[in-house]
Design a binder for this molecule. Structure first.
Ligand code: NDP
Length: 329
């Protein structure tokens, strides 16, 4: 199937790109991917997306975005992209390139422009009870869910900049914040460490790992192990209402590795205000050659903000840039 504009991903970035691309008469096709609605649907309620003064459940919000894109002519394909081949222009040949995207290995789409909006996935510890209480006390986004834990006690897992930032943010709302750090030190930058260590509401539990979460239908506590395998190994129980993971994210970009430039963590590199992707440059970390017709939006290209509203904004930018590119062909 030949299309003008193909969008990969059904989070706020993908749907917003679809709204803009369809309103620009690009008749976009959006491949929905493994998690319809994206990362946002792992949270319980969205209260910080402008336009919803009473908050909104994430499924309704994502469905609204989807219907809005549908209204203007977006076609949705349920399935997972399994392979891509992005074409770079050949020097001296002015013909426009076509990018190829396979869904479920069999259905080939050829597109003038591709917008990658595949998001990122929060890392979880992998313990059973973390899945049991997902959305019922377990969260991977303090900015999204912290407000539900006002005047309560929560724990943040991790010792990096994100964990410190989230612990400080939560300390502004909560009665008490534990930080569960597996090493005897924090990995975060000095200034973030100082903010945490000087905050009287935050108690850092160094050399602790989480064994399991406990509670009747929602998180009410956590069993931790101190210095596993050491002679002074000990189990500690803490009473908590919320358990926040801040141990990093994986951008969902592995499929694109051979065709576009990624940073060392796998985030797609775009330059400045643009959503334009670059060709990978072997042996040189600086991506200097754009890959015409390939754009990235949302968390797959954003290690910093990771907010739905920011992702939506970048989806709009990607569609505007794709439209400009397609009209230039
Ligand atoms: P990091 O990879 O820097 O830190 C992850 C933290 O989680 C580490 O303390 C790590 O422990 C811990 N961890 C990882 N896996 C586990 C596990 N299975 N069990 C327990 N703990 C675990 O990720 P961040 O998201 O914090 O930061 C990503 C990047 O973004 C960094 O470069 C950071 O500097 C940057 N950033 C900058 C900010 C700022 O400048 N304001 C804000 C947020 C992020 P260990 O140390 O033992 O490996």
């Amino acid at each position: 199937m030949k299309v003008k504009c193909l969008i990969i991903g059904s989070g706020p970035a993908g749907y917003t790109a679809a709204i803009y691309a369809s309103r620009a008469n690009l008749a976009p096709v959006l491949i929905e991917g493994p998690q319809l609605g994206g990362q946002l649907t792992t949270t319980t309620e969205v209260e910080n997306f402008p336009g919803y003064p009473d908050g909104i459940d994430p499924f309704t919000m994502m469905d609204d975005m989807r219907r809005q894109a549908e209204r203007f002519g977006t076609t949705f394909v349920s399935g997972i992209v399994t392979k891509v081949e992005f074409a770079a222009p050949v020097t001296g040949n002015p013909s426009p390139v076509t990018h190829k995207v396979w869904v479920e290995d069999t259905d080939l789409y050829e597109a003038d422009a591709v917008i990658i909006a595949t998001g990122a996935s929060a890392k979880y510890l992998g313990i059973e009870s973390e899945r049991t209480y997902r959305g019922r006390g377990v969260s991977a986004c303090a900015t999204c869910d912290g407000f539900f834990y006002r005047k309560k006690t929560v724990a943040v897992v991790g010792g990096g900049d994100t964990a410190c930032e989230e612990a400080n943010y939560l300390a502004g709302l909560c009665e008490k914040v534990y930080m569960i750090v597996r090493k005897p030190y924090l990995r975060a930058s000095e200034i973030m460490q100082q903010r945490v260590l000087n905050n009287p509401k935050i108690e850092v539990l160094f050399e602790h790992n989480t064994l399991q979460l406990t509670g009747e239908g929602k998180v009410q506590g956590a069993d931790l192990i101190f210095r596993k395998g050491e002679p002074d190994e000990a189990i500690k129980h803490i009473a908590i209402d919320g358990f926040f993971l801040a141990i990093g994210h994986h951008p969902n970009t592995g499929l694109f590795r051979d065709f576009i430039a990624l940073d060392p963590e796998g985030y797609i590199i775009t330059e400045g205000h643009s959503t334009q992707c670059y060709q990978p440059v072997t042996g040189n970390p600086s991506p200097v050659t754009p890959l015409p017709g390939v754009f990235a939006a949302g968390d797959c290209a954003d290690p910093h903000y990771r907010q739905a509203v920011v992702a939506a904004g970048s989806g709009a930018k990607a569609a505007i840039e794709a439209d400009k590119y397609i009209k230039s062909l």
